[in-house]
Design a protein around this ligand. Structure first.
Ligand SMILES: *Cc1c(COP(=O)(O)O)cnc(C)c1O
Length: 393
């Protein structure tokens, strides 16, 4: 096709240059043109590397995958359009009707829903168990159990999974151990070094870090599993857009600095909150009063992540007064942003549970989860001092 000036509609390839761009170019092209059918054969047969169609792969996704592979000490990871797309690729791409999977009982809400609603509809049986209690997990196993899916640090009570115990159990029984490492990130915890077979991330959270990208990632130790995950993601369209990958790469360049800063402020904030009148309890993995303190120290190597949970005196009214008075902090159900965000499980992530079940989990109306951001620690603590005082006076 020719345009009005008679030249070709599609532009010529980019002018060649002896120098190269310092920043990864954004490649939104859906299709890639090959020279001849023979050249395309070479690509499809893997004799040369080349892109064909962006659902099947594109440079921006590969740049993100390589970066995360390096962080997790893996190769062959697959970037997906969201964290849930990565979870879906693992359970639906690797399991079949008749298989059984055990999930941690405090998984991310949508992962729990997948376990409760969608997998059973497809004939994949599911059970939930406390991943900190190996006897409970073992009791949930069946001859058909093919997979255990857990998070190392639970949301929002920051309970610590017994990853070493789970890894041993999985090895003995030939079960895949899948760890969703979103909360902990590869800076806080590297699941492959503790016996995991597959690692999942929601890049949306701390890794991209600016609340402007949805993206996920999955990688297996075994390359045959990575091939199956990739083919399933390509077939079902779980693959990501170039622009999201481009933004995520930009965010990931500063990930380690952001993580270290947020984590160190989280330690400060946890101690600060624990000394405030009107705060009933504080949950943070490195604090001596954390219920799984010893396991946390061993698993996370003295780190604690950027999440702090705490409980205010009082009920919903105190919670309302707290978010109103928390000047400059977004009350928003996500985590890992550059700014500190507050989440209130009773009205959001855990609203579907009965009040009794929430009480069992310790999620009373005064319970908040804080995703600590990059603010000045002193200023942040001052905001909490004022908001707690406003809520409980
Ligand atoms: C947010 C989150 C997910 C889902 O990721 P999305 O990118 O929102 O799809 C999965 N697991 C954990 C632990 C999460 O926090």
């Amino acid at each position: 096709m020719r345009n009005s000036k008679g030249s070709l509609m599609r532009p010529d390839p980019l002018p060649s240059s002896a120098s190269h761009p310092v920043v990864t170019p954004l490649s939104p092209s859906v299709v890639y043109a090959s020279e001849t059918p023979d050249a395309l054969d070479d690509q499809y047969e893997g004799r040369v590397h080349g892109y064909t169609y962006s659902r099947e792969g594109h440079p921006n996704a590969d740049v993100v995958a390589k970066r995360l592979d390096a962080m997790e000490g893996a190769t062959g990871g697959v970037v997906t359009g969201s964290g849930m797309a990565a979870v879906t690729a693992v359970v639906m791409g690797l399991l079949k009707s008749g298989d059984h999977v055990v999930g941690g009982n405090q998984l991310y809400g949508r992962s729990l829903r997948l376990m409760a609603e969608d997998l059973p509809r497809l004939g994949i049986e599911t059970s939930l168990a406390d991943p900190g209690d190996i006897a409970a997990v073992e009791a949930a196993l069946r001859p058909e159990t093919k997979m255990i899916l857990v998070e190392a640090v639970s949301n929002p009570t920051l309970a610590i999974a017994d990853i070493d115990g789970l890894a041993k159990l999985c090895k003995d029984r030939d079960i895949l151990l899948v760890v969703d490492n979103t909360f902990t990130t590869p800076r806080g915890f590297r699941p492959f070094e503790r016996g995991a077979d597959i690692v999942i991330h929601s890049i949306t959270k701390l890794l991209a870090g600016h609340s402007d990208v949805m993206l996920g990632y999955v990688v297996a130790k075994d390359q045959a599993l990575n091939d199956r995950l990739r083919v399933f993601a390509v077939t079902t369209g779980l693959t990501p857009s170039p622009f999201d990958c481009w933004l995520a790469e930009r965010g990931m360049l500063s990930f380690e600095l952001r993580f270290d800063r947020a984590q160190s402020t989280a330690v400060t904030l946890a101690d600060h909150l624990s000394a405030l009148p009107g705060v009933k309890r504080v949950i943070y993995p490195t604090r001596a009063d954390h219920p799984d303190h010893d396991r946390a120290m061993a698993l996370l190597d003295g780190q604690g992540c950027n999440m702090v949970s705490f409980e205010l005196d009082g009920g919903r009214e105190a919670a309302n007064a707290f978010t109103r008075a928390a000047d400059g902090l977004s009350f928003a159900p996500t985590l890992g942003d550059v700014a500190t965000t507050l989440s209130h499980p009773a009205s959001s992530s855990h609203r579907a549970l009965s009040a009794e079940r929430r009480a069992e989990l310790g999620l009373h109306e005064g319970f908040f989860r804080v995703s600590v951001g990059l603010e000045d620690p002193k200023e942040l603590c001052a905001v909490f001092t004022d908001a707690v005082a406003a809520a409980t006076s």
